[in-house]
Design a protein around this ligand. Structure first.
Ligand SMILES: Nc1ncnc2c1ncn2[C@@H]1O[C@H](COP(=O)(O)OP(=O)(O)OP(=O)(O)O)[C@@H](O)[C@H]1O
Length: 592
């Protein structure tokens, strides 16, 4: 998405609004740079003009002395030294204060922005994540979000303070000699043209760099999450090559950015040099003709440095702003991404489902051109155990995703307890489900906390009870740390069977009325399988259950079987007929 600079700035300030007090503090603190900067050359001027020369000490200094005080050469030296130390003290106190304030405000700004993006990403539908992948979102939260701090604290704040200092310096210079002021300002128009020209180019290049960096990150993420497969196939070098090609592109982009920056600074540097040369020429002329003292020339030359200083800060920061704006544009396009599964304006609260499901002519596609589910109509009664069978790619998991409202049907309606599921409050609706997947998902925390994921305030007794129901308690207490054992990333410190039993315990503790079992035993060995089957038998009791499985013995316990093929409901088998098992076998075997 291509946002204009003014839009990006406005939106960033809106985003930073809750922190306005601190940001205002930073901007106000920046005003102090003007008197501090103006005071810096004063000691030297007094030393030259009033110590070595015959000029009286400036009035605003004599004000602090008795009216009849005579300034000797030694006292002028003492005064200059004291002034240098005083100014340095104020300057350094100011630096410490502004540093701490910048860090505090900047970090709060970034933390809140990241949280805002993270919340939004979690709200986005699976369809978005399927399309974009996770690495891009991670890059945006981790790197692009930081640009809000860079823009407001590190770019705009110095630009503003430099602008104020610059104005102060130009006013002072006008008072000393307007010729000097004009020469000092003559560098501004060429500088403005250079900034405009380079920032346009930089914006384009930064866009490419950030995309390529994010692509490189997606390779890292993909490889690290599938390291076992990469190692098993001996593809480490291949993956390094893939990473290299992506980082190479990012590096080339960075070099282009560096080239544009370097050319820009070269031109700016030459512009300053021409300005300084004119200054020296004019200054020498005035001192020679006696129109100006040497002290005044020294001060004017120092001020020139202090005019070019802020000008340099402004030009550098205006260029750097482009990188921040590109990052923020990327984040805002993510924040503008609409949720595909939306909650209606006044959703219905849903306390506890009975489990009556009605599908009315439901169709679904991920991409317009490929229909995945076609015109499904069926009814499931509370407490039914529903087996879902069909060949690979038939649409079984997609059907489950519609039931849990991870996606909305493209056509048709799904009713639960007589109400269209789109009318329920989304969080209430999702609370009605417990899910046990083929590959159990654990978080890198303790076993106890993983079990309590479905009921965050669960007591120890509740966690232990759920673990017992899931046939998990015995293996858990055999670990030295018991329920406090760390599971490792994605539960990798545990065996597949242990992970699955923890996920069943999690379903027990949640005690949701509807249960989704997606091939829950397919990756288990025989010993684990019998214990898990037993635990699952306890779990499904009294709940409406949807079970995807290729196992005939599991289907045996289902009282209704939906047979899907190519997204169509081939058959609904009611499991109360004498020849049901034989029919399931026949159907099932023909479909795999
Ligand atoms: N996120 C997605 N985006 C696009 N197409 C998808 C997506 N997820 C699944 N599909 C496609 O939808 C079809 C049905 O997939 P689904 O996972 O529902 O099948 P399945 O019956 O569960 O298969 P399996 O038994 O192999 O798990 C497949 O052709 C698959 O390629």
């Amino acid at each position: 998405m291509n946002f204009s600079t003014s839009y990006l700035l406005k939106r960033s300030f809106d985003q930073a609004r809750p922190h306005w007090l601190y940001i205002a503090g930073i901007f106000i603190c920046n005003f102090f740079t003007v008197p501090i900067t103006l005071m810096k050359p004063l000691a030297l001027k007094i030393l030259i003009d009033s110590g070595f020369g015959a000029k009286p000490v400036p009035n605003f200094i004599t004000f602090f002395f008795p009216s009849n005080y005579e300034f000797s050469f030694a006292s002028v030296i003492g005064l200059s030294i004291s002034l240098v130390i005083f100014v340095a003290l104020i300057d350094n106190i100011y630096i410490v204060v502004i540093w701490l304030l910048n860090t505090y405000t900047g970090e709060r700004l970034v933390r809140d922005f990241r949280l805002h993006i993270f919340n939004h990403i979690q709200q986005l539908s699976l369809a978005y994540h399927d399309r974009k992948g996770t690495a891009e979102s991670v890059y945006k939260i981790q790197y692009d979000a930081y640009a809000i701090r860079t823009l407001i604290i590190e770019n705009l704040s110095p630009i503003l303070s430099s602008f104020i200092t610059l104005t102060g310096m130009i006013v002072v210079m006008l008072n000393i000699n307007w010729h000097f002021a004009i020469i000092a300002c003559s560098v501004i128009p060429p500088m403005a043209i250079l900034i405009r020209f380079s920032s346009k180019k930089l914006k384009k290049e930064w866009q490419k760099v950030k995309e390529n960096e994010s692509n490189a990150m997606s390779v890292i993420q993909e490889v690290l999450t599938s390291l076992r497969v990469v190692k098993a196939f001996g593809q480490e070098n291949g993956e390094s090559g893939r990473f290299m090609s992506k980082t190479d592109m990012a590096m080339k982009g960075q070099l282009k950015v560096a080239w544009i920056d370097a050319s820009f600074y070269f031109c700016i540097g030459m512009t300053y040099a021409i300005g300084t040369a004119l200054f020296i020429f004019l200054g020498a002329k005035y001192v020679y003709s006696g129109e100006m003292t040497l002290g005044e020339l020294t001060m004017v030359m120092t001020y020139l440095g202090q005019i070019y200083g802020p000008l340099d800060t402004i030009s550098r920061n205006l260029n750097e702003v482009q990188s921040s704006l590109v990052s923020l544009g990327r984040v805002y396009s993510l924040l503008d991404e609409e949720k595909e599964v939306k909650e209606i304006a006044n959703p219905v609260n849903f306390i506890r489902a009975n489990g009556l499901f009605e599908f009315h002519n439901v169709s679904f596609h991920y991409k317009k051109e490929t229909s995945i589910l076609n015109d499904l109509s069926f009814k499931i009664y509370p407490g039914d155990r529903v087996g879902i069978i069909g060949s690979t790619g038939a649409g079984k998991s997609t059907l489950i995703s519609l039931i849990t409202r991870f996606y909305d049907p493209t056509y048709g309606q799904i009713l639960v307890d007589g109400v269209n599921i789109k009318e329920y409050k989304l969080s209430d609706y999702r609370k009605q489900f417990s899910i046990v997947l083929q590959e159990p998902v654990l978080f890198s925390t303790t076993i106890g906390e993983n079990i309590a994921y479905g009921l965050p305030n669960a007591s120890k007794a509740e966690i232990t009870e759920a673990a017992k129901m899931a046939n998990a308690h015995n293996f858990i207490i055999n670990y030295p740390d018991g329920y406090d054992t760390l599971t490792g990333e994605r539960g990798m410190n545990l065996s597949g069977g242990e992970r699955q039993r923890i996920s069943i315990a999690r379903a027990f503790i949640k005690n949701a009325p509807i249960l989704i079992l997606d091939e829950p035993t397919s990756s288990l060995d025989v010993k684990n399988e019998s214990q898990i089957m037993e635990a699952m038998e306890r779990l499904v009791k009294g709940r409406t259950t949807f079970l995807i499985t290729h196992r005939l013995d599991m289907l045996n316990s289902c009282n209704i079987i939906l047979h899907l093929e190519k997204g169509c409901l081939e058959e609904i088998i009611i499991n109360n007929e004498t020849d049901t098992i034989a029919r399931i076998k026949a159907t099932f075997l023909s479909s795999i």
